[in-house]
Write a protein that binds this ligand. Structure first.
Ligand code: AMP
Ligand code: ZN
Length: 114
């Protein structure tokens, strides 16, 4: 996709702070981290969001999920981490190339109950 910022990162047209790269996936530091560790994990295939995913993406999505623990541990998050997938405008998605946020460090509970 010509105008997709994450496709541009995949192609090397714009730089990123890469933490992982294979045939299917790329992971890099988020440019605006919300915690000590904030990684973007993306498929190299352009897929706009989970709403566009179908049965042909089962293996890719499984690989993404299974990669999160490995990447988190490599970032020192041995005590756990948060994964976030924003989907569509209603889900607060801003970059329309599927990505998993891997977030960790000293993070608060996601939902406040007071
Ligand atoms: P989302 O709201 O789920 O679409 O999140 C998009 C994320 O992409 C945000 O956390 C941004 O900070 C991050 N982001 C946008 N552009 C870049 C970039 N060039 N390099 C790294 N992260 C980026
Ligand atoms: Zn893309």
């Amino acid at each position: 996709m010509d105008n997709c910022i994450f496709c541009k990162i995949v192609r090397g047209d714009i730089p990123c702070r890469k933490v992982y790269d294979d045939d299917d996936l790329l992971a890099f530091h988020d440019i605006h981290p919300v915690a000590q560790v904030h990684i973007m994990l993306i498929p190299k295939l352009h897929l706009a969001s989970l709403m566009e995913a179908n049965d042909s993406h089962t293996a890719l999505l499984g690989k993404m999920l299974l990669s999160t623990s490995k990447l988190a541990k490599e970032q020192g998050l041995n005590n756990g981490f948060r994964t976030v997938i924003n989907t569509g405008k209603g889900g607060g998605q801003e970059v329309f190339h599927l990505h998993i946020h891997i977030i960790g460090g000293n993070i608060p509970p996601m939902v406040r109950r007071d």
